[in-house]
Design a protein. Structure first.
Length: 603
């Protein structure tokens, strides 16, 4: 098999999209000892990708050999795989990049006065000549996948690809705060990160607000050293939480360790919420295996179970040490007062117990007498009037206990239900229907009602918004700003009005009606995160995710007490929806406890 074909096959695994090129070239620059790295992309990497560093550079011979398969200076023998201290080691990245693009390299070492200018196209060397250039390396990758049209055709939109590039860039800069980075997209500066400490680097990437949410984590054992930051319980969110694991300076995904972090927040955050974390592991190189996947993001640990326990303990200590666990409020109403002990007080009164010595539980008394003796003075007179009229509305007047089962929940039920409803623990609405007892989740029902209203607004172009008296400022990261630009039209269709203030800052001028009292910051971030997960290329999916995020935020919360009229309105609006059984994300809204089941339970 020709080397060019073999390189294209290898590129299918190593170089999947423009973000893969960024990752490989920037990691090579880090391995080269650079303290300044500049990244520039045009058209999200489709047209060109340029990475400039001031590392040690390459000689003329090394520059030519670097594009040969399995040519690397980072390992010499198989045993070196178990003592890796560099990001790269297989020698596949550069030949894979050269196989599917046009590459131009300018590089020079400090010991040479003249550098090397090398040009390749589809693995073929086009030219090599001396050139005057600074110490380091300058890679220019043009026309990615020009010779693999199928791969180029199936690249996503520029916004999606640029978002993937920023994600890959963030993973490198977060683990190398000692290096200065810049990032430009189509000539516009997106990041300008100076060398600094780890916490400051996180703030520079994700904004100043995240600094208030972070708690330091540190655990030093003979097996591993764990450092970094975890979020406070109140920083948890449904989507878009910043979660990063690094081991020996390398980003990794690890579901098992992720579960360890989440378990440390058990009963501190709601089920399903995600807490941000930036956790760095330092272990002996021989105790991990990074060579199990071409992308090197899946890593095996020799001592996985003990490290899991160390991680849980470290996170729990961080949360408890900084008093982030909410204090327990005890109910002291009607409880005896316990005096504080005073060692200098000589005479202490003996606690007294008040009781009625004449009380005899076996002595028969009339109900009226018991009611009079137990009458609480705090009860207002005439309280019986509050219940006038209720006894006349007996469930027996409604034919709800027939033996005919209701096979499907449909619009006919609204005519069969009782006009009187009962709310259970502020979460469920219960009402009698013809076939039994219907139980409705009030929050999910309201989510369905609001969702269909927002979808109708988007489809019909109806904008119902209200001006904000004092505009609020929201700060977005470059990645979030890219997504917002793509969904701005849909946001305006819902009733939002955002003014770009520059530097990732947006002023919230108007919001949709019905969102009074809702914190706009988490709502907007959740909507952006939902649009990012669904992809910004399909309008219907964008509308769905934005409407669902708004409906969840504006819906009646669990625990809110409702009047009978409010519960009746929820029923009427729910049964006018297109789907009364499930929420837009597939959760059950209602169920019916049938008459036969009730009789069986009580039989």
């Amino acid at each position: 098999m020709p080397d060019s074909v073999a390189n294209q096959i290898a590129a299918g695994e190593v170089i999947q999209r423009p973000a893969s090129v960024i990752k490989e070239l920037v990691e090579n620059a880090v391995d080269a000892g650079a303290d300044e790295i500049h990244v520039m992309v045009v058209d999200a990497g489709r047209t060109s990708i340029q990475v400039i560093d001031n590392g040690i550079g390459m000689s003329e011979t090394d520059a030519r050999l670097a594009f040969e398969r399995h040519a690397t200076s980072k390992i010499r023998k198989a045993d070196d795989l178990f003592a890796l201290t560099t990001m790269g080691f297989r020698g596949e990245a550069l030949p894979s990049i050269a196989a599917v693009s046009q590459v131009e390299l300018k590089t020079r070492t400090a010991s040479e006065e003249i550098g090397t200018h090398l040009m390749l196209s589809g693995s073929r060397v086009v030219s090599q000549e001396p050139v005057s250039c600074p110490v380091g390396s300058n890679f220019l990758i043009s026309n990615l996948f020009f010779n693999v049209p199928a791969r180029r055709k199936f690249l996503k939109s520029n916004a999606t690809e640029l978002n993937n590039i920023l994600a890959a860039f963030e993973r490198v800069v977060l683990v190398n705060p000692q290096i200065s980075f810049t990032f430009h997209s189509n000539g516009v500066e997106v990041y300008n990160l100076r060398a600094c400490g780890l916490r400051q680097r996180i703030v520079d990437v994700f904004g100043k607000k995240i600094s208030q949410e972070l708690l330091p984590v540190e655990a030093d054992t003979t097996m591993c050293r764990i450092t970094g930051f975890v979020g406070k319980p109140e920083s948890a969110k449904k989507k878009g939480a910043r979660q990063f694991f690094f081991v020996n300076g390398r980003f990794m995904r690890h579901a098992y360790f992720h579960k360890a972090v989440q378990s440390a927040y058990e009963r501190l955050v709601q089920t399903g919420d995600q807490v941000p974390y930036f956790i760095y592991f330092n272990v002996r190189p021989e105790d991990i295996d990074v060579n199990i996947h071409p992308t090197k993001t899946e890593i095996k640990f020799e001592n996985e179970q003990p490290i899991w326990q160390i991680l849980v303990a470290a996170v729990k200590e961080a949360v408890g040490k900084f008093n982030e666990i909410p204090s327990i409020d005890f109910d002291v109403v009607g409880k005896p007062e316990i005096p504080v002990f005073n060692p200098f007080q000589q005479n202490v009164d003996v606690p007294k117990v008040n009781y009625d010595p004449q009380y005899n539980p076996f002595k028969a008394t009339s109900k009226a007498t018991r009611r009079e003796t137990s009458q609480d003075k705090s009860v207002p007179a005439g309280w019986e009037q509050l219940y006038d009229g209720l006894q006349s509305k007996q469930p027996a007047e409604y034919s709800i206990f027939d033996d005919q089962p209701a096979e499907n929940v449909n619009g006919s039920l609204i005519a069969e239900k009782s006009p009187t409803h009962y709310q259970y623990k502020g979460m469920y609405i219960m009402t009698a229907v013809k076939s039994g007892l219907m139980i409705v989740d009030q929050h999910r029902a309201h989510v369905r009602i609001l969702y269909e209203g927002y979808i109708k607004q988007l489809k019909e172009g109806i904008t119902n918004s209200q001006k904000v008296l004092f505009p609020e400022i929201i700060q977005l990261t470059p990645a979030e700003e890219m997504i917002l630009q793509q969904v701005m039209a849909e946001m305006e269709g819902l009733g939002f009005e955002l003014t770009n203030l520059g530097g990732g800052s947006y002023a919230i001028q108007s919001v949709p009606t019905g969102l009074d009292g809702i914190n706009m910051f988490p709502l907007l971030r959740n909507m952006i995160a939902s649009a990012d997960e669904q992809g910004v290329s399909v309008a219907d999916e964008i509308n769905h995710s934005l409407a669902l995020s708004m409906a969840r935020s504006a819906a009646i919360p669990r625990g809110q007490v409702l009047s009978n009229e409010e519960m009746e309105n929820i029923f009427n609006q729910l049964f006018s929806c297109t789907n009364v059984n499930y929420t837009p994300d597939g959760k059950v809204i209602l169920c019916i406890l049938r008459q036969q089941e009730i009789e069986h339970l009580l039989g």
